[in-house]
Design a protein around this ligand. Structure first.
Ligand code: KG4
Ligand code: ZN
Length: 337
């Protein structure tokens, strides 16, 4: 089954052609990063306007790179929730019309589940496993029993981890997108230059929940309070110290969840899964006997291949959407698992 996957939930305009859920024939990602850079953040109106201008060409490029015509497609899949509403609507409207014109099935896909599925494309992992979804909009630790059965164990109670990376970078004018820049700067910084605090949450009722707004505030407003007296106040040191704690907050919950659930496999996904420190800390779990997978860098951030990949699972089980499907900005579809 050959599926065209379309992703326009934020600032990447992407289309991919994937055969049978794992064979990526093409994965075209037209990034808007340069156009949002002057604002150091994604401007929603600009994002949806660019998707409108680019989508047709991106889909055509995906078909061309896959070496097929649209007549060979078996279905069209599109991210329909959650995300920026205007951006989602461009993809959903396009996908609906495209599928209708070709007379083939069409399905809306949840962006969060697609991120969780991304590593399954390249490194299929046996279920169940602990899913770690870390992106600009979400931070979720969950138990994954199948592509469609995901139970949330913990989430952030305020900022998402990627949002914290982005806001710290924006405040110190380090560059955009923040996560990538902080990851790069950290390589030349001392992670112990500033001992930024982690959250002190009530761990009895929600032991796997996380919080990032306190860390963000400490880095932005109170950094001098946490500086080791011999350490220098450089962007590299701020980046490395922030990153150490941001990843630490997550890893402490991941280890606790693994110990409590007895799960032996872990898979990460989402833009922050591209972070080098997080990847090495997750990988280090292998020394304790866990199996760990995460997507290659291109499949961590938003892309159409993860959409087409997950859609295959639904389609082969008979799921379809009809023309009444709309886009939804909210995460309610995820919460109801
Ligand atoms: O999954 P994604 O492309 O979009 C959302 O669904 O949010 O994730 C984007 C997020 C941004 O916050 C970006 O700063 C972060 O992923 N990111 C990183 C890295 N690469 C991207 N964060 C930390 N380290 C990275 N190497
Ligand atoms: Zn995403």
């Amino acid at each position: 089954m050959i599926v065209l996957g379309i992703e326009t939930s934020c600032d990447e305009c992407s289309a991919a052609v994937v055969r049978d859920g794992h064979d990526i024939l093409s994965n075209v990602i037209a990034t808007q990063i340069e156009l949002h850079k002057p604002y150091q953040g994604v401007v929603p109106e600009l994002a949806s306007r660019l998707h409108t201008e680019w989508i047709q060409q991106v889909v055509e490029a995906a078909l061309m790179q896959a070496g097929i015509t649209n007549k060979e497609l078996d279905a069209v899949a599109v991210t329909s929730r959650p995300g920026l509403l205007g951006s989602l609507l461009v993809g959903v409207s396009f996908a609906k019309c495209y599928a209708k014109a070709l007379g083939i099935p069409f399905i809306g896909i949840d962006h969060i589940r697609a991120h969780l599925y991304a590593s399954q494309i390249e490194n299929p992992l046996e279920y169940p496993y602990l899913g770690v979804l870390v992106s600009g909009g979400h931070t979720v630790i969950c138990r994954v029993d199948s592509y469609d059965k995901v139970d949330v164990l913990g989430t952030t109670i305020d900022d998402a981890i990627g949002e914290a990376f982005d806001k710290v970078a924006k405040f110190y004018d380090l560059g955009f997108p923040g996560g990538v820049v902080i990851d790069r700067l950290s390589k030349n910084g001392d992670p112990n230059a500033f001992l930024f605090p982690g959250p002190s949450l009530d761990r009895t009722e929600h032991p796997y929940d996380m919080s990032y707004s306190g860390l963000k505030t400490a880095v932005i407003n109170q950094k001098d309070k946490f500086r080791n007296k011999d350490a220098q106040d450089t962007p590299e040191n701020i980046a490395a110290s922030f990153q150490r704690q941001a990843v630490g907050i997550l890893m402490r919950r991941v280890k606790l969840a693994l110990a409590d659930t007895g799960l032996k496999r872990v898979s990460a996904g989402g833009g922050v899964a591209a972070n080098s420190l997080l990847r090495s800390e997750l990988k280090a779990l292998e020394k304790s006997g866990y199996t760990v997978t995460f997507p290659s860098l291109k499949l961590c951030t938003d892309n159409g291949a993860m959409v087409a990949g997950l859609a295959y699972c639904y389609l082969k089980d008979g799921y379809r959407d009809n023309e009444r499907l709309s886009a939804s900005a909210r995460v309610t579809a995820f919460k109801k698992f």
